[in-house]
Design a protein around this ligand. Sequence first.
Ligand SMILES: C[S@@+](CC[C@H](N)C(=O)[O-])C[C@H]1O[C@@H](n2cnc3c(N)ncnc32)[C@H](O)[C@@H]1O
Length: 359
Amino acid sequence: MAIEARQIDQARIEAFMGRVVGDFGSVMSAALVVIGDKLGLYKAMAGAGPLTPAELARRTTTSERYVRDWLVNQAASGYVDYDPTTGQYTLPDEHALALADEDSPAFVAGGFQNLTAIIKAEPRIAEAFRTGGGLPWGEHDPGVFVGTERFFRPGYAANLVAHWIPALDGVEAKLAAGATVADVGCGHGASTIILARAYPRSRFFGFDNHAPSIARARQAAAEGGVAERVVFEVADATDYPGGDYDLIAFFDCFHDLGDPVGAARHAHAALAPDGALLLVEPMAGERVEDNLNPVGRIFSAASVLICTPNALASGASADTALGTIATEERLRAALAVGGFRRFRRATATPFNRVFEVRK
Ligand SMILES: C[S@@+](CC[C@H](N)C(=O)[O-])C[C@H]1O[C@@H](n2cnc3c(N)ncnc32)[C@H](O)[C@@H]1O
């Protein structure tokens, strides 16, 4: 039936258009958030009180002409406040935590860097829809690697030592006493370095098959003063060296792997008999309808644009590629085939599921 011949609900069209206009604004403004982050506009506004465009431009050595319209966009986005009586703009303290303070658990500017870099892969992903092929992690825009670290680090800093490790049976005591830990798919090593700083008696090994990420992780370990106890090596999740690890962790990477069952098998062999596997995965539900919410919207997009393509480029089939919204049941099954018998959800945040897996 032709669309005109059907009953069209005018109010529904208008409601949908309203939603789309909001999405247009979000997409366009994302680049402006990246600009504000990159040029220090948010940092200059943080705690500075009300500023005119000219004052902000002067403080950041940027062009007042651009800053003027950037501020209008930021005010229209609800990111800064505007006072029409003075023509000044203010970054509220709460927003400054999210946009200007890299150490805050609320910091989100790295997320914008990550997401805007990921979407640059759209032409290759569209082509992959036609071919069924993949796109390796390392072929994304380099902003993805830095952005991922800056996106995830605040959550790890807030949760890993305070909540996730204590949620695992007996692991905190082992780490405090001196344990050997492997962080598989460690990227830039944010999680490895946070753990190393918290547990000075333990030794840490970070593995990733993306060589530029390992080079950056080594640099970060030196900057963080933990290079003596942290070794970063280029290695695949299915063949990293060492054994008898007390803890093997997969932070936001198990679902990216080309061979998750092979990675589970290798971890099973490399883990001490009473060792624990920590699996941190994006929040997702068991049913499609459980993902029909703002977080599911983000992670299903990530699955299409980055995680599933990496799995498909690295040997997974359409059936075995887990992707970002892999259900708990699929994760459990992959680990079970790899030899693990115990699997439980230890804790969760709005963005992450945290599993403890044992032999
Ligand atoms: C989403 S990033 C997460 C990085 C890091 N764990 C974090 O949480 O910041 C996924 C990581 O998995 C790595 N990866 C993908 N496939 C891999 C494999 N087969 N072996 C080792 N690392 C892999 C990628 O290079 C990338 O660094």
